[in-house]
Design a protein around this ligand. Sequence first.
Ligand SMILES: [Zn+2]
Length: 241
Amino acid sequence: MSKSLRDDLLSLLALQVVDSQIEKAKATLAATDNGAAALGAYNTKKKEAEALRALAIKAQSEQKDTELKLETIETKRKHEEKRLYSGSVTGSRELENLQKELDMLVRQKDAAEENVLLAMDAAAEAVSLAETAEKEQLLQASRFKKVRAHYEARHKELTAEIESLKAPRIAAVAEVSSAELLTRYDNIRGKKQGVGCAPVGSDDACGACHTRINTQAADAGRRGESIVFCEHCGRILTPAH
Ligand SMILES: [Zn+2]
């Protein structure tokens, strides 16, 4: 049983309503942040934190080295000092040499102490930089988790919505008796942001591109006795009701 073209055009308009809902859900899903950027930021921060932690470990090890050097000098200095006051060294030349050695060790000790202080400062700064980056890494991780959880929830909702529109779409398609009209509609819809047909407004404007069309075409579109296309956007024009 074939319907009149006017009824078919109205059925096509009803199909467009369902298709627009599907398109809208798909577009919303596509526009929802899936967390890729947040994950990228997290990975960048993680690398940075790891590099800074490695530098901190190196600086701490350097500090330990300077401390060991100081300890070695100090042990030697104490040993030589003990020898000086023990009375075991008696020759004046030997004593003079020992005193020179001690003076040199004192200078070395002063320099080594200075090195320990510098290394301590450097290590403290490196540790602080690493800790700051590690805190930021944790923040980035929680940001990513939040964005991702939101996306997954929206994904679930929107795919359920798209799924629930499948049966109404099949029913709406079944209402259009002309296979040719359906094919034309689907072709235009594929090229025109998901909108294949639009009603002609009382102001003679195309319901899709909102451009005023010529009176003759507008009247023909409203009557629905023939297939008329919007002269601006190329969509099928339908009666409003
Ligand atoms: Zn148009």
